[in-house]
Design a protein around this ligand. Sequence first.
Ligand SMILES: [Zn+2]
Length: 449
Amino acid sequence: MRHIPRKTLAIAVVALLLTPLLAVAGGAWRDKTDALRDSINGGHADNVILLIGDGMGDSEITIARNYHVGAAGRLSLDTLPLTGAMTTYAVQEAHPNLPDYVPDSAATGTAWATGTKTSNGRISTTPGTDLDLTTILELAQRKGLRTGDVSTAELTDATPAVLAAHVSARGCQGPTDMAACPQDKKAAGGPGSIAEQLVDHKVNVLLGGGKQRFDQKIDGGPFAGKTVIDSAIAQSYRVITKTSDLDALKSEKNVLGLFSSGNMSLEWSGALAQPFPGSGPQRCLEGQRPAEQPSLAAMTSTALTLLENKRGFFLQVEGASIDKQDHAANPCGQIGETIAFDAVIKVALDYQQKHPRTLVIVTADHGHTSQIIPPPTNAAQPGVFSKLTTADGTDMTVSYATSPVGASQEHTGTEVRVAAQGPRAANVVGVIDQTELYSIIVDVLRLKD
Ligand SMILES: [Zn+2]
């Protein structure tokens, strides 16, 4: 080492301490042994809140953290002490004993909803043989628990669908969308589309988008010729369509909230990622969701109020458009949905603190495309890029390169984070498989005792 005069070194150290760089120094370590011991609780739970960030892999979390609170900042998701990694692979339709390494939301949702691996596109049915698989929500209903299913996607999209519908193809969302599952049509003696099955299952709280599916007419059974909304009202649902309706709810047995025709609007907007040299540097436009569509955190708070009861409840909440905007190579859309989902985690953790017999599980269904990379320097570099100016006051380059330019970006087969708080939360620590979430929830709620 070159000799540096002591005085120069001292000045340099003082200067370093005074620069803003201090804000991104590493984590402030302290021993966690006692805190972890205190957070381990081997009891049973009355309630489970399962929070799914769709497509929220480690990259998506890190991108949102860097942008919103800076590299050394922490999201609500990061405060959960018991954290593990989860494998997410699906199986092949023609060879159910072989993995399909890159899963979709239908297969991954089926894995935790039923404890069984299936093939991509299936909603709580077996690969190859198309048999219905019993779901956690169905078991919870049999035990007398109240149930809720909340999403920013259409309620008939795969992640909300897996809890209370059984169809061979995820596209069979409304009564007139049944081309891929003719055997499931009500006119053919089947259980009907996903929309019909969600309502017929009498899931107590259904909040999200997808009104277009529920406006379709039913083709068989006691409600033939009526819309799915008509059948919901006839089956004692209160049907609501805007934020003020949600805010006015006090106690309702069954609520169907349809706040958008398709997927709910995005929280944030900005420039899409572009081929070399990419879009940006940009800051995102926040607060883009119209006021008549509630935030996911508001839907979650209301769901908790409506579901709370002595016998307990099971609630799943999905932040759906992390995935959808990752597909679209829209970094601001993706980050805004991740931050909105993090606000839901805060709501759930606050609830858990006041109601300790609640297990909160936070995870993703599968990994996705976006990566933090060095700024591209070569026009031949594959993918599309965007530079975002982060909370640290510097630029971060995000790349999307799992599909040709302009095509929908693809999921990835990586493991994802899983974290939990409350009774038996320690079961998520280490490396688990997605199907184990089913067993953890069945066990902690004693659904099979
Ligand atoms: Zn997707």
